[in-house]
Write a protein that binds this ligand. Structure first.
Ligand SMILES: O=C(O)CCC(=O)C(=O)O
Ligand SMILES: [Fe+2]
Length: 342
């Protein structure tokens, strides 16, 4: 039986040493890379301390703006419906999103990397729909630029921790240097006391890296830690394929100055299974309205993602083209079969 202890909290890793190339910081960079590697093997999740990178007031402002949007009358929010566009970009009302066949008790707004020649009849190829909340677009666009740059910095730090060769890093860089990112704003009303469901069902993120900033609400985001020999006490929301997995759910409460970072399924492919994308869910039973703003740093749309030579095991994982994979995932997100049927 696994006991509660230091193993059951996610590590905190500081990105500061990678924000400069000062030779005096070489040891600190090596320590950050080693910590990233250990965290990805052990948890697939960690806190990334970004205090040296952004002012804390910036993401706080994003959650404030998000809440301002969600407080608008329902008709106003519906004007940004996903169905106006490509069924991926825009506003999804409460219970519209579905995870493992169950409605998620949240509403959200999804923004994607803009494309040249948008065409809303093509999967994920429409135009973003911005709320008319003053300052919203400006502040979110600044955040997107910063998170894109952070994504590349973190990818390089991770490639060192993983022990990729210089050629492999150049290859990896060329797969993510024009990230088909997603910026999501999610609003969670409190779950009714007698509600047996979850706010966001257990899932793995499918891309590359997630940088999650949330308001200070505690006891909402939970991470599944695999612990062979431990009985899963609460199977609520666990996908069927997870039924036999043994482990525990731990809270990943927000830490000031940090984003929660987790790795998506693309890392499973690059490392041929050494790094595993980890299940997480949101169960928000507090009385406040919670807002979270995950940024998904993803590969380029046309990236061919395959295991690196130095990581290959037998049997080796299949190569995928990120854009195709994304389209198949987006198509599974909604309950109404008329939606996302790409
Ligand atoms: O709101 C959260 O804390 C997590 C959201 C999440 O996991 C997702 O959007 O993929
Ligand atoms: Fe997620």
């Amino acid at each position: 039986m696994a006991s509660a202890g230091t193993l059951d909290t996610l590590p905190i890793i500081d990105i500061a040493p990678f924000l400069n190339s000062d030779p005096a910081d070489a040891d600190k960079r090596a320590a950050t890379s080693a910590a990233l590697h250990a965290a990805c093997v052990e948890y697939g999740f960690f806190y990334l301390n970004i205090d040296a990178y952004v002012d804390r007031a910036e993401p706080e402002e994003l959650t404030r703006l998000g809440k301002e949007f969600f407080l608008l009358p329902q008709e106003e929010k519906n004007k940004l419906a996903l169905s106006n566009q490509d069924y991926a970009r825009g506003y999804a009302k409460l219970n519209e999103n579905v995870t493992s066949g169950k409605a998620d008790a949240h509403e959200g707004l999804d923004l994607y990397r803009p494309v040249t020649n948008p065409d809303k009849t093509k999967p994920v190829w429409g135009e973003n729909q911005w709320p008319e909340v003053p300052g919203f677009r400006e502040k979110y666009e600044i955040w997107v630029e910063k998170m894109k740059a952070l994504g590349l910095i973190l990818m390089e730090a991770m490639s060192i921790g993983l022990g990729l060769t210089r050629e492999e890093w150049n290859d990896l860089r060329s797969q993510v240097d024009d990230s088909f990112w997603v910026m999501r704003v999610i609003g969670y009303p409190p779950l009714p006391k007698d509600h047996d469901g979850v706010s966001c069902g257990a899932h793995k993120d499918y891309g590359c890296l997630t940088f999650l900033y949330t308001d200070p609400t505690r006891s909402a985001l939970q991470v599944f830690l695999r612990r062979p020999g431990t009985t899963v006490m609460d199977k609520t929301g666990l996908p069927l394929e997870q039924g036999t997995e043994e482990g525990i759910w731990i809270n990943a409460d927000p830490i000031p100055g940090c984003v929660v970072c987790n790795i998506g399924e693309m890392w499973e492919i690059w490392t041929d299974g050494l790094y595993r994308s980890t299940l997480h869910r949101v169960v928000h039973r507090g009385s406040n309205y919670r807002v979270s703003v995950p940024f998904f740093f993803e590969p380029n749309f046309d990236a061919l993602v395959k295991p690196f030579e130095s990581q290959k095991t037998t049997p080796t994982r299949k190569a995928i083209v990120y854009g195709d994979f994304l389209v198949s995932k987006v198509g599974n997100n909604f309950a109404d079969p008329g939606k996302g049927k790409y």
